[in-house]
Design a protein around this ligand. Sequence first.
Ligand code: ZN
Ligand code: ZN
Length: 159
Amino acid sequence: MLAGLCGGLGAVFGSRCQVLRTEPLPPRAFHAGRQQYSSTEILAGLAARVIPDSSRLVAVTSSDLFVPVLTFVFGEAQLEGRCAVVSTCRLRQEFYGLPADAKLESARLLKETVHELGHTFHLAHCENYECVMAPSHAVEWIDLKSSTFCEACRPRVPS
Ligand SMILES: [Zn+2]
Ligand SMILES: [Zn+2]
C-alpha cells in the first residue's frame, strides 16, 4: 500500500518519493481515555526525522488519530513545517461495517496525504469540491474529490 502511495505522490507532486522504515508511534501520543493517538504529538516527534535534502515527511499509521476539539481526524499537517501524519483507520470500509475495498482505501489514502501535504505548502481549504484541498469531515467527502489540485490551488504548490 505504501509503495502505491509513493507512486501516486510522485505523480501528483512531480517529485521522488521514498518509503522509510516502519517506526512505532510515540507512546506519549496515546490517549488512554479516547483510545486514540494525538496527531499533534506525533507531528512534534516527526520534525527531527526529516532527512536532509528531502522536502517533506509524512507518517502513515493504521491507528485512529484525534485533536482535542474533534472526535477524530483523518490527518494533520504542520502549517509552518514540513511534516504531516495520516491515518488509514477511518479510510477502510471495514471501519464502517462494509466489505474491504483495497482500491478505494488506496485512493482515499492518496487524497488525504496530498491534502495534508498541501497544507504544508500553506494551502488553505478550497471551495471546489473536486479539488484535493476541499475539506473532508467524512469519508464520503473524500470520495467526492480528486487526488489533484484545482487550477486555483495548483500554482501555489512547488513543483
Ligand atoms: Zn485540511
Ligand atoms: Zn483548490
